[in-house]
Ligand binder design. Sequence first.
Ligand SMILES: [Zn+2]
Length: 240
Amino acid sequence: MTDAHTSDSGSRPNRGATAYSALREAIMENALKPGVKLPEEDLGQHFGVSRTLVRAALAQLALEGLVEIGKTKSATVAQPTTADAREAFELRRALEREVARQVAERWNADSQAALEAHIAAERTASDEGNQKLSVRLGAEFHILLADMAGNSLLRRYVFEVVGRTTLILAVHGQAHPQNDSLDEHIRLVEALKRGDAATASQIVDAHILAVENRALGDLGPDEGAGLSQILSRYAQPVRR
Ligand SMILES: [Zn+2]
């Protein structure tokens, strides 16, 4: 991830970043569905930022494969194909096997506390039937792991490919069904606790393959909701 969205300095240090994060979360939760138009002007008004900052946020999301910029420079939520999906999952498995190996080697009490807290949050979201939050936390578990691997480039590529695969699951079916995924996350953390790098790599590989294969069904619809209505759950609109 480049940091185009952090270039918004001065009196509005965070709004460009807020627009980027809110859009990314909304896309990953499938609240903004593939093909939905993302007009710069509407987004600028919603977030209270200039079109320049909106364009930077959209360009960053396009680099990450979450947004497509059309010939007329109009942005839409990306619509990845089945071939895109196969490539993204294949790469994700390779990257996350390496993440698991590195995290097992660097394992410490802080890693354990952070992952156990995250799993507790996933369990709560799952128990409460909060599907959208479950999906996002399920994806963020993998980014948290990548944070612990100690290689910033590896972290960056995992962040990107997790975003792509989460969107793909939203397009092609159920994103990260939570009960099985949660069990698999727990088993992964147990292997990491034992310092068993080989088993941890094998579990994460099988887990991501299973996530891909379980991708059936559908998430709750948000069709008919306006752009601002959907985004209002992700960041407060800015009044000018
Ligand atoms: Zn997972």
